[in-house]
Structures are given as structure tokens and as C-alpha cells.
Design a protein around this ligand. Structure first.
Ligand SMILES: Cc1cc2nc3c(=O)[nH]c(=O)nc-3n(C[C@H](O)[C@H](O)[C@H](O)COP(=O)(O)O)c2cc1C
Length: 360
């Protein structure tokens, strides 16, 4: 007999829970079952089909008669558990035609709406709001999509020039703002909170992605960390800039320290949990953030700014900076822009490469 390789065990006192993450089944083991499983893991040859516990292990596929063909997975266990564990989710009822789909969809919406929607904001900010000027699109009206697509690139060499508050306003409105141009796009079965539309698509229309500004050098805006309110196109100051440079918050990528302006992108997991109660929706948090990130990069490029992005966050420090500790809103990504020489690498790395080339 062979132990199924797609299992993990959770300690949930007083039991152990064996989770088959491929089949999406879970079994609670009492002390007898847990002890027997430990014995069989230590020595599978002790498996005895006449032992009722062992027979249960076989019936539930915790053990299998034939060894499982290993799946090719060259990453770590955790990524494998998450990916396979969120694949092939069993669906109670798969609609067989569009009428059945419509009925089930409406039923799902009604079920979701029977519990209160998460509040639009996780926190309130005591300091007065800074309302940004309405975005006129004037700055980018004449820039073509083709020009922007071929012009976007990642720069790692920024200078000290400031970005203007007008550019920041345009970037925020077109990246995260709830578009005035799309107001009234109400979903027939959604609550008012799901009316808001952005330039990027949003899983379930929930707008789970939020943005926090890192302002270092923006004309018309004091340096600091700000929350963006997408409904009001406004900012709230959270705190002054930390003493440590930006690179400290981004896993030591210190070439980015001169960046004048950036945006931490977060996801409101409570919004996703409300509508989608399976962990597969976790994938959507990142997909949505990627859409928002691309919108930011495109708008910044259209404004003539150089752009940079990273997912390498010092999570604990960033959560503290944004005031998100202990909440179900999590920082996922960072995008930034400014003026630079558009170089792929900073001058320090280029100098090192040059020295190595000369030496070899
Ligand atoms: C998900 C993601 C994460 C990235 N993380 C980093 C990063 O941590 N640091 C960095 O300098 N660039 C990062 N980049 C930028 C890529 O290195 C860059 O997009 C790639 O080299 C292609 O160059 P291009 O953007 O100029 O086309 C990231 C890009 C993506 C899409």
C-alpha cells in the first residue's frame, strides 16, 4: 500500500485533519486513527486490510493500492498544494444550458446579497481629505494606444525630478478611480456598492484592489503615505514618509530610492470572501492587481514618465506603513514612476558589469 502523495495534515485540536488537496476531501482523525496513520507512514508494510482503520484509509484514498504516478512539479510543496488544491473545484451543479446558468447565477447573487456587503473602506482617517482636481484626460488625449504599448518599459534608473500633482491625479483616476464616465453601469442584481467601474476589469465587480500612495517628490503634495479614495478621487494622509529609504520596503532594491512617486496595491480579501467562498478566488486577487498595475504603467507611459514595478515587498514593514496590520487587506504589489534616463539597470550595476568585462 502507498500513502497518497497529495495529502497534508492540519492540527485542529482535538483532531488531526487529513486533507486530500487533489480530490478536495477532508477527514477528521481521532487519536486512534492519527496514531495508526503515524505508524503506517513510518512503515507502510504494516498495512493490514483486516484492520478496520486501515480499510477506511484505503476507502478514502489516504492509502492507495498502486503507487501514484508523480506529477511533474519543480516548485516547492506549498505552491503545489495551493495550485492543485485550487484546481478542478467540484461544482455542486454545472448548468447544462443558458437558462439553467441564469437561474443558478441569480440564486448565487441572492445568496451573496443576503449577507451584508463588506464596508467600502476598512479604515477611517482622522485628517481631512485632499480632493484631487477632476481628471480631464487632456494630458494623454493625443497619445496613441500603439505608442503607449511600444513605449512601456521597466526603468531602474530614476532622477530627482518631481512629478506634478496633476499627473498623480490622472494616474490615480485612470488606474483606480471609479470612473464618472461609467457611473450608472448598475448590475441588475447587485447592491449599489457594486456599481463602481474602473478602467480595469474587477473580479465580481468588487473592486477588491486598493491603492496607497508613496509620495516622495510630487509638486503640490507633501511627502508621505496616503490612502486613495476611488469614489471621491481624494487622498487621506496616513503618515509621513518613513526614515528608511524605499528600497528597504522593497527587499533591498535600493536603486529605486530616488523614485518620486509610487503606489502600493492591496487586495481586500474580505470582499472576495463575501462573494467567492473558495480559495480559488485567491488567484483572482493577483490577476486583478495585475490588471490595475498594467493600467498604471500604461497611463504613466502615456504621460511621458518612466515606470517600475515589483512584487518583492517587505510584507510586515509595508503592512505597518499602510496601517493594515491585523486586517484582511493585504499588500500585493508596487508600481512607481518618475523621470529617469530610461535605463534598464542603475548606473552602479552598469559600472560593475563594465568593470567585470574589462577584467575578463
Ligand atoms: C510580476 C512582476 C514582478 C516584477 N518584479 C520586479 C522586481 O522585483 N524588480 C524589478 O526590477 N523588476 C521587476 N519586474 C519587471 C520585469 O523585470 C520586467 O518587466 C522584465 O524584465 C521585462 O522588461 P520590460 O518591462 O522593460 O518589458 C517585474 C515584472 C512583473 C510582471
Amino acid at each position: 500500500m502507498h500513502i497518497n502523495p497529495c495529502l497534508f495534515i492540519l492540527a485542529r485540536p482535538p483532531h488531526q485533519v487529513v486533507w486530500n488537496y487533489e480530490r478536495h476531501t477532508q477527514f477528521e482523525l481521532d487519536l486512534h486513527y492519527s496514531t495508526r496513520l503515524a505508524q503506517l507512514v513510518a512503515n507502510p508494510l504494516q498495512f493490514d486490510i483486516h484492520n478496520p482503520i486501515d480499510a477506511d484509509f484505503l476507502n478514502t484514498e489516504i492509502f492507495t493500492e498502486e503507487p501514484r504516478k508523480p506529477i511533474e512539479w519543480n516548485w516547492d510543496e506549498l505552491s503545489r498544494i495551493f495550485h492543485i488544491g485550487t484546481k478542478n473545484i467540484p461544482c455542486a451543479e454545472v448548468p447544462r444550458n443558458v437558462d439553467e446558468w441564469a437561474t443558478l447565477y441569480l440564486q448565487h447573487c441572492n445568496e451573496v446579497l443576503s449577507s451584508p456587503a463588506p464596508s467600502p473602506q476598512t479604515k477611517t482617517y482622522p485628517v481631512g481629505r485632499i480632493v484631487l482636481a477632476p481628471c480631464t484626460l487632456a494630458d494623454i488625449r493625443d497619445v496613441s494606444l500603439a505608442q503607449t504599448l511600444v513605449g512601456r518599459s521597466t526603468s531602474r534608473s530614476f532622477g530627482e525630478h518631481a512629478v506634478s500633482i496633476e499627473q498623480v491625479g490622472t494616474l490615480l483616476y485612470l488606474t483606480l478611480g471609479y470612473l464618472n464616465e461609467r457611473r450608472g453601469a448598475r448590475e441588475a442584481c447587485g447592491p449599489d456598492a457594486l456599481d463602481a467601474r474602473r478602467s480595469s476589469p474587477s473580479g465580481g465587480g468588487l473592486n477588491a484592489c486598493e491603492g496607497y500612495l508613496y509620495v516622495r517628490h510630487v509638486t503640490g503634495l507633501a511627502p508621505g503615505i496616503y490612502a486613495y479614495h476611488p469614489d471621491a478621487h481624494a487622498l487621506s494622509l496616513i503618515r509621513p514618509l518613513p526614515d528608511e529609504p524605499l528600497g528597504h520596503l522593497l527587499c533591498g532594491q535600493h536603486f529605486i530610492n530616488p523614485l518620486p512617486f509610487g503606489l502600493f496595491l492591496t487586495s481586500r480579501f474580505d470582499k472576495l470572501w463575501w462573494k467567492y467562498q473558495h480559495s480559488r478566488a485567491y488567484r483572482m486577487a493577483f490577476v486583478e492587481t495585475g490588471h490595475v498595475s498594467q493600467a498604471f504603467l500604461m497611463v504613466a507611459t502615456a504621460l511621458g514618465l518612466d515606470t517600475w514595478l515589483t512584487g518583492a515587498l517587505a510584507d510586515r514593514e509595508v503592512e505597518h506603513l499602510l496601517g493594515l496590520e491585523g486586517t484582511c487587506e493585504q499588500p500585493l504589489f508596487f508600481v512607481g514612476c518618475g523621470h529617469g534616463d530610461g535605463q534598464v539597470h542603475c548606473k552602479e550595476l552598469m559600472a560593475l558589469i563594465d568593470r567585470q568585462e574589462i577584467a575578463s
